[in-house]
Write a protein that binds this ligand. Structure first.
Ligand SMILES: *Cc1c(COP(=O)(O)O)cnc(C)c1O
Length: 413
């Protein structure tokens, strides 16, 4: 068989960036379709069937989502996505409970939608503790315990990390927060629909999620807000018609919400099967890469990890050059030039990775529509390109000759 023939079934580019967004499942699209044209009603219209039909779709979606996360339908607030949900949860709690205290605890590896929201609140008189993480990416529970004061109103710790896939010990974190009487918010955008998440078992009081990270539409998401033990209140950040029990005004995105509901139901049905399949593909990729390439490091805990995430640093290779070499595969890199800022990934740096390892990292995100053939093609391509790039690397050559780079005195600084 000629080289390339084995790839005849593959479609390019191969999409392995499922943490950035997931393709929409065609079944989700089918569930949304009627609500664009035929069933166009406003879910807040109380006086006619157009409104009732739309409201029915919204209430169905609320139940589908609640079922996925162990909540009740009334505890779901629809938003435009996880960025808005994070803003609403954190700002909403800070404002509502400002008499009780002004201290918030979060972690250094959170999504920018959490970190920048906290930074904004610092300008308005809040005090924020950014917990460091251990080298495996997990929060140290003793450090969390020690950080809580009688002024702490909220702990915000993400469920699964969007870069390195680490899954925080939410159950333990929830137990600590409950014991200390502090509210817990979790940005669970990468976890909901992918691994079992239960707001009851984990004692989570507020939780963010997003449609487009779970094979649903973009521009729609939600916030879980606990109604019992304790009843959580938040100050609305969007004022208007009093939709969503006053927590988020604005006409509901009925097709989007119907899609989010359908996406949640599908994820719930497929989860046991998908978790196993994605973990198997991830390990297939990891094992191939690790077997063929030396000086290759997995970022973040291998054990406490989303099944579909692999984040690897290939030492002595620039992330940019590697990305260019594998440009028929869509992945992302922790290096500077792929992001809007000039800093390499702050998440990898928080693990204690040096700039060079952060620069040489690639994030693979496996999803519902990937195949073993795509994984095999990707593994071989990455191996070929890394080997080629290392042939051109004087540093790699020196290391192979047994020179300790940390002991080298470089001329001309
Ligand atoms: C994608 C993502 C967000 C932002 O979600 P949007 O719905 O795109 O606003 C927030 N947090 C995490 C962890 C994410 O992965």
């Amino acid at each position: 068989m000629a080289r390339g023939d084995e790839n005849i079934m593959l479609k390019f580019p191969i999409y392995l960036d499922n943490h950035a967004t997931t393709p929409m499942d065609p079944r989700v699209f089918e569930a949304m379709k009627p609500y664009f044209i035929d069933l166009f009603g406003n879910a807040a219209s109380r006086n006619h069937s157009f409104g009732w039909v739309a409201e029915e779709a919204v209430e169905k979606a609320r139940k589908q989502i609640a079922s996925l996360i162990g909540a009740t339908a009334k505890e779901i607030v629809f938003t435009s996505g996880a960025t808005e949900s994070n803003n609403l949860a954190i700002k909403g709690v800070a404002e509502m409970y400002s008499q009780r205290g002004n201290h918030i605890i979060t972690a250094a590896t959170e999504h920018k939608a959490v970190l920048d929201t906290c930074k904004r609140l610092e300008k308005h008189g809040c005090r924020v503790t950014y917990l460091p993480v251990r080298p495996d990416g997990l929060v140290d529970l003793d450090q969390l315990r020690d950080a809580i004061t009688d002024k702490t109103v909220l702990v915000s710790i993400m469920y699964g990390n969007n870069e390195i896939g680490t899954v925080q010990p939410m159950r333990e974190i929830g137990a600590i927060c409950k014991e200390r009487g502090v509210l817990l918010h979790s940005d669970a955008t990468q976890a909901v629909g992918k691994i079992p998440v239960s707001v009851i078992d984990d004692n989570i009081d507020l939780m963010s999620f997003s449609g487009h990270k779970m094979y649903g539409p973009k521009g729609v998401g939600g916030l879980y807000v606990r109604r019992r033990n304790p009843r959580v209140q938040i100050t609305a950040q969007m004022d208007g018609g009093g939709h969503e029990r006053g927590m988020r005004s604005g006409t509901l995105n009925v097709p989007g919400i119907a899609g989010l509901g359908a996406a949640a139901e599908l994820c719930q049905q497929l989860m046991p099967q998908e978790m196993a399949e994605h973990a198997a593909m991830r390990d297939r990729l990891k094992d191939r890469l690790m077997a063929e390439l030396d000086e290759t490091y997995i970022n973040g805990s291998v054990q406490h990890r989303l099944p579909h995430n692999l984040n690897i640093s290939f030492a002595y290779v620039e992330g940019e050059s590697l990305l260019m070499g594998i440009n028929d595969i869509a992945v992302s890199s922790g290096s500077a030039c792929t992001s809007a800022t000039l800093e390499p990934s702050y998440v990898l740096k928080a693990l204690g990775a040096g700039d060079d390892l952060a620069h040489s990292s690639i994030r693979f995100g496996i999803g519902r529509f990937n195949t073993n053939e795509e994984i095999d093609y990707t593994a071989q391509k990455v191996i070929d390109v890394v080997k080629k790039l290392r042939e051109l690397s004087p540093l790699y050559e020196m290391v192979k000759e047994g020179i300790d780079l940390t002991k080298v005195e470089w001329a001309a600084h």
